[in-house]
Ligand binder design. Sequence first.
Ligand code: BES
Ligand code: MN
Ligand code: MN
Length: 459
Amino acid sequence: MKEQIKEYIEQNKDRFLNELMDMLRIPSVSADPAFSGDVQRTAEYVAERLKEAGADNIEICPTDGNPIVYGEKIISPFVPTVLVYGHYDVQPADPYELWDSPPFEPVIKDEKIYARGSCDDKGQMYMHVKAFESMMKLDSLPCNVKFMIEGEEEVGSVNLGPFIKKHTERLKSDVVLLSDTSMIGNDTPSITVGLRGLAYVEVELIGPNRDLHSGTYGGAVANPINALSQMISSLIDPKTRKITIPGFYDDVIEISAEEKKAISEIPFDINVYKKDLNIDSTLGEVGYSVIEQASTRPTLDVNGIKGGYQGEGAKTVLPSKASAKISMRLVPNQKSEKIANLFADYFKSIAPAGIKVNVTFHHGGEPVVVPMDCVEYQAAAMAYEDTFGKKPLPMRAGGSIPIVALFEEVLGVKSIMMGFGLDTDAIHSPNENFGLFNFYRGIETIPLFYKHYTELKKI
Ligand code: BES
Ligand code: MN
Ligand code: MN
């Protein structure tokens, strides 16, 4: 099967790439309602390609937000069913001026496709459509497959949870397969065995009822921006770099000595890391390695801050309000809602006199860990070994995919995360890109997962 798939990819590689580039030209930004027509068009594009690839019962399922594309190929009740998940929505492309080429006009440069969504997740999702097409054309699809491609991952998948709860029968499957994470390097394949959860809050501080002259009132009236910056900086201990919210770490499970050892064996060059980011030092929780800090430990980061005079030059003003968007990445056993509440209670308690605090909650998501001692993981590991000639390393990701925890909770199935991107692909940033090597290697590896999984499941 391996050789035929490789040959099929070779014969069709330009068409595969052109189809992906056509999809990348549609700006399916889910965060901005101005793009809702494009979001709809992208859903239709995905549905058409799935149909051409040979899927049946294609449906563009409307939701209260963006549609979910569904399609399936059921070949037998006696073989397992793989549920493929991906997302066709993308992050906003701004700031546009920092892109070397326009974000929705894909170009190939240095063997990489540059465009918003090239890696996250259109390029990676499309590998699954083309892997499926290859198996169909070669008459080698070994199991049943169901596709569920959503359009709201980048805004928290709020309508997908209710959708899977409503359609548990239709989505009945033995394993979920997705490519929406990264691997360690092109010669160091890895399988993602964990995701962090997320609690996202917005805080608003209100001082006086109007903006004031900072000379007339300054010194006597609390300034919300002063208060906000002081409160935020007190949330992280300067010595230990631990988060100071009482109870924040109560439910955290420390990783096992075995996992710590496995992480220490992941090839990682701190100098390359620093050089890539142009920083002279990293900064994180004391007592943990950089990889641990960015994947197995919880965090708190300000994502945006607002208040006061933002225009040119200087304006003397003591602002009435200030606000900030704050995310906390969570690790196994922490609960998003509990952490958001702990944050809100504590943050309100540390406000200085004369400041009122409002905390609102945005979307959240629960952390995930995937066991390695199961046929699902083993099948994926065998597939990587077939195409890379090396055993993949297990690695947790620092990012979040909120729906994955629900796959286990609602559908009762494990998720296998076969990411083929790299951390340096600049997802969510200007000049997002995806290597052609990664795109084609993904298409080649996915069918081998189907094959090994179907065989292992039968035994
Ligand atoms: N594909 C990413 C998540 C990701 C990135 C996992 C890199 C592992 C490595 C996903 O599209 C994403 O961006 N998720 C958001 C969460 C969401 C609620 C907006 C995130 O992690 O910030
Ligand atoms: Mn993604
Ligand atoms: Mn993303």
